[in-house]
Write a protein that binds this ligand. Structure first.
Ligand SMILES: Cc1cc2nc3c(=O)[nH]c(=O)nc-3n(C[C@H](O)[C@H](O)[C@H](O)COP(=O)(O)OP(=O)(O)OC[C@H]3O[C@@H](n4cnc5c(N)ncnc54)[C@H](O)[C@@H]3O)c2cc1C
Ligand SMILES: NC(=O)c1ccc[n+]([C@@H]2O[C@H](COP(=O)([O-])OP(=O)(O)OC[C@H]3O[C@@H](n4cnc5c(N)ncnc54)[C@H](O)[C@@H]3O)[C@@H](O)[C@H]2O)c1
Length: 462
């Protein structure tokens, strides 16, 4: 039975921790995914954003019309976009796999693995053991239990497959109301596809601050057919695609679309790995349980990324990979994850970015909060763009004078939020941040400056 010093399961963030400092160790790297290199590179962050940017450009004429500029109706060469995206990405995945396969100290396994005992992994017909394991097995798209869906499987996609279509469909039904639904609703509708979004909740992006979710839901309804408070009860083949039976606020209805995109969440892959056989605990939601050093409940086994992190974000997986890497290399001086606030952005239209507590969560936590909502349209650059939908919402704790949450919807939200993330992470108080530095005039960052100044930090709580 082959024995290794280290076994890493997952070629996404797990792959990135194996550098030249592990050259003296025998390493097994296990991944059954095609292409090699994990979700972010092949099926997640990177390709989606390469599809989002053309969609942003396609919406430019609509924005331009508000400021007295007319542009001809733009169009997209979908095959050209797709081939540019994967023409860039696929060679990276292939090169990464070739490089790993050629390393003298590393054995690459390209099959599905499953723990059969502590520190013992079955990979196809082979069983291996290792002194130390890193579980970086990610998550997978969940398919809701909808009657008839399997019978129309050839027309049903997840984010894993939708970006590699041969051609654009004329219509697309998206089931779900989270990040993936929001990003693909923007992309495909901007590309000219008739998009219907079917969401069981009353607001899209329901985990965002209520102000942001409300504004986004209104915006999305202006460019997709949005069915809220609606469930899909069954799917049937139709001459021109799939007919979905719906149950919504006005009773039963139907929608027919050429293709369906399932965007109903992702489940961590600990179960797929049979981790319990190795003494590795899962929490109630199926995530591998880890401590601050990213150690699992089994000795000598660490975990990182989507398999253990509820947020399912790449910057979190990368940070955890750096901690695991350090702790493997320096077992006598281990590092711990801290409680820095975790930001995210949703690259939809308009863009959304958020960090920390929503107003509702801050109040539920018993904080005496000051809240400010600053419209983009209230600052000079917002006048320039004739913006009437976007805002920066800040939530501060009066007891400390510091921000506990920041939420933006609008142009470049993912960039505008970074100084707010920095202030929250490094502990800069609101007054120092607002008045302890210059804010470039008349940049859009003035919306952040004015939101900070609008926070009433002294008012007594009611
Ligand atoms: C469409 C989409 C868009 C996204 N956009 C963003 C974004 O803009 N920003 C952001 O921060 N995050 C984004 N994410 C999330 C981000 O992609 C993930 O958080 C990140 O890639 C997780 O990395 P990981 O290393 O944990 O897992 P992965 O990169 O998924 O790697 C896990 C690997 O393990 C393999 N594996 C699993 N089980 C087994 C097994 N039993 N045997 C062998 N191999 C196995 C899998 O095949 C896979 O290759 C997006 C995700 C999706 C799906
Ligand atoms: N920009 C980014 O950072 C980015 C982009 C895409 C994906 N991601 C990551 O990928 C993860 C998965 O994205 P997602 O959009 O699939 O998940 P999500 O958790 O954001 O949204 C899932 C949606 O599906 C709905 N849903 C769940 N079960 C359902 C069912 N049975 N029937 C109907 N609707 C159902 C939920 O109400 C929710 O609206 C996210 O958690 C996110 O971390 C990140």
């Amino acid at each position: 039975m082959p024995h290794f010093d280290l076994c890493v399961i997952g070629s996404g963030s797990g792959n990135s921790l194996i550098d030249e400092r592990f050259a003296d160790l025998s390493v097994a790297l296990v991944d059954d995914g095609v292409p090699f290199g994990g979700t972010c590179l092949n099926k997640g962050c990177i390709p989606t954003k390469m599809f989002v940017y053309p969609a942003d450009l396609l919406r430019t004429p609509g924005e331009a019309a508000r400021v007295n500029v007319s542009m001809d109706a733009p169009s997209v060469d979908f095959a050209g976009v797709r081939d540019r995206v994967f023409g860039r990405i696929d060679p990276i995945a292939e090169g990464g796999e070739r490089w790993r396969a050629s390393a003298s100290n590393l054995t690459l396994y390209r099959q599905t693995a499953r723990f059969v005992a502590p520190k013992t992994l079955q990979i196809g017909d082979e069983t291996i053991t290792a002194d130390r394991f890193v579980i970086a097995a990610g998550s997978r798209a969940v398919r809701p239990d909808i009657e008839g869906l399997d019978a129309v499987a050839d027309r049903v996609h997840t984010s894993d497959t939708i970006m590699r279509l041969d051609a654009l469909p004329t219509s697309l039904a998206i089931i779900g109301g989270g990040f993936i639904a929001a990003e693909f609703a923007h992309v495909f509708s901007a590309y000219g596809v008739h998009v219907t979004v079917i969401h069981r909740g009353q607001r899209m992006l329901a985990r965002e601050d209520a102000e942001i979710a409300r504004r986004y839901t209104r915006a999305a309804a202006s460019y997709v057919d949005l069915r809220l408070n609606t469930r899909v009860t069954r799917a049937d083949a139709a001459a021109d695609g799939v007919r979905l039976s719906l149950d919504g606020p006005d009773g039963p209805s139907e929608v027919t679309a050429e293709l369906v995109l399932i965007a109903t969440g992702r489940h961590p892959n600990g179960d797929r790995l049979g981790v319990q056989a190795a003494g590795i605990e899962l929490d109630a939601d199926g995530y591998v349980v880890v401590d601050a050093q990213q150690r699992t409940t089994a000795e000598g086994v660490w975990a990182l990324g989507d398999v253990c992190s509820h947020g399912q974000l790449k910057h979190v997986a990368n940070h955890e990979a750096r901690i695991v890497q350090h702790n493997l290399l320096h077992p006598d001086a281990p590092r711990s994850n801290d409680d820095r606030p975790v930001p995210h952005a949703v690259f939809t239209h308009p863009q959304i970015a958020s960090v920390g507590l929503t107003e509702d969560a801050a109040r539920a936590a018993g904080l005496d909060v000051a809240v400010a909502v600053q419209e983009f349209g209230s600052v000079a650059y917002g006048w320039a763009t004739a913006d009437d939908t976007s805002c920066c919402k800040l939530v501060a704790d009066r007891a400390t004078g510091r921000l506990v949450g920041a939420h933006l919807i609008g142009m470049q939200a993912s960039l505008l939020i970074q100084p707010l993330i920095q202030a929250m992470t490094l502990g800069t108080d609101v007054v120092t941040m607002a008045r302890g530095q210059y804010w470039i005039h008349p940049a859009l960052t003035e919306v952040v400056e004015n939101a900070l100044l609008a926070l009433n930090l002294t008012e007594e709580s009611a």
